[in-house]
Write a protein that binds this ligand. Structure first.
Ligand code: NAP
Length: 266
């Protein structure tokens, strides 16, 4: 039997690529979509994909009137939490791709998910190489006490650091706090050039033409370094496979889980 999916943000850059992935999957069926500008139309008409007959609704509340098993949140941070809570109230499992929710938001989401015995899988970056970078960096941090992070993005990206870097730094901070031989306040010259501190890690954000999105963690030990780097190009294709896996696996979870590795056998 096919899993019924509703996607909020189905006409967006990330959401539209995911809907094409769902259209090609035999075990998934898209039953409803959420987006304001094209509300009232069929998703297939908007995306030029005849296999997508799902109607588009202006709000998650309207879309959730169509019975579904999994709700995917891929809109914007300002209404993501309300959409996720509405889906849980309807007894639907949730996959979250939207970045920018706070730890407080997630605590509230976790409480409702546990109360309703439903799963929420939130992943700031569904690209397999980014997921692996975070996992490998956690392994390295157990053995190597010093590292710094570089956050690469296009010149026009207004926010810094990226959602991926936030997730990476948060996960590394739970392994241990990296050591600094020269405390930041003892920097001779410009303290700002040592970057910003996020969950204990020093983060250096580059915003330049020529980059799309990337992250690098550099670990250092005497006479040796280890660089772990993920780069993504300009299409949203890298995020489809991981999001499809999350959709297929989320019903096996209860409560909030962060990071795709919660459902990967690694
Ligand atoms: N986890 C990952 O791997 C991953 C990958 C890529 C992006 N992201 C994140 O996913 C989110 C979406 O990114 P994007 O680049 O796809 O954005 P986008 O191209 O601007 O698309 C946003 C989508 O959400 C809809 N939308 C926005 N506000 C809405 C509202 N209030 N009510 C209903 N629908 C609304 C938009 O349609 P209307 O404007 O017509 O309403 C559109 O369909 C961002 O937070 C981004 O950082 C995550």
């Amino acid at each position: 039997m096919s899993l019924k999916v509703c996607i909020a943000g189905a006409t967006g850059w990330a959401g539209s690529e995911l809907t094409r992935g769902i259209a090609a999957a035999e075990d998934l069926v898209l039953v409803a979509a959420v987006a304001r500008k094209h509300a009232g139309q069929k998703l297939g008409e908007v995306l030029g994909e005849p296999r997508l007959a799902a109607p588009i609704f202006a709000s998650a509340a309207e879309a959730l009137a169509q019975p579904c098993d999994v709700f995917v949140e891929y809109t914007k941070p300002d209404n993501a939490k309300a959409n996720i809570l509405a889906a849980l109230e309807h007894g639907v499992h949730v996959v979250v791709g939207t970045s920018g929710l706070t730890d407080e938001d997630y605590a509230q989401i976790d409480a409702l998910a546990r109360e309703r015995q439903r799963g929420v899988l939130a992943c700031g970056n569904f690209a397999l190489t980014a997921v692996l970078l975070i996992k490998f960096a956690e392994m390295a941090a157990k053995l190597i006490p010093q590292w710094e992070i570089i956050d690469y993005a296009s010149a026009g990206k207004p926010d810094a650091p990226s959602g991926t870097v936030r997730e990476l730094a948060g996960r590394l901070g739970k392994v241990r706090q990296p050591t600094l031989e020269v405390p930041l306040e003892q920097t001779i010259g410009m303290r700002e050039t040592r970057g910003g501190t996020l969950a204990g890690s020093q983060v250096h954000a580059l915003r330049l033409p020529g980059f799309v999105i990337g992250v690098e963690t550099i670990f250092g030990m005497p006479d040796q370094t280890l660089s772990l780097r993920h780069n993504a190009g300009s299409s949203a294709k890298p995020y489809v496979g991981g999001a499809l896996l999350a959709i297929r696996k989320v019903s096996g979870l209860i409560g909030l889980h962060r990071g795709l590795d919660a459902v990967l056998d690694i």
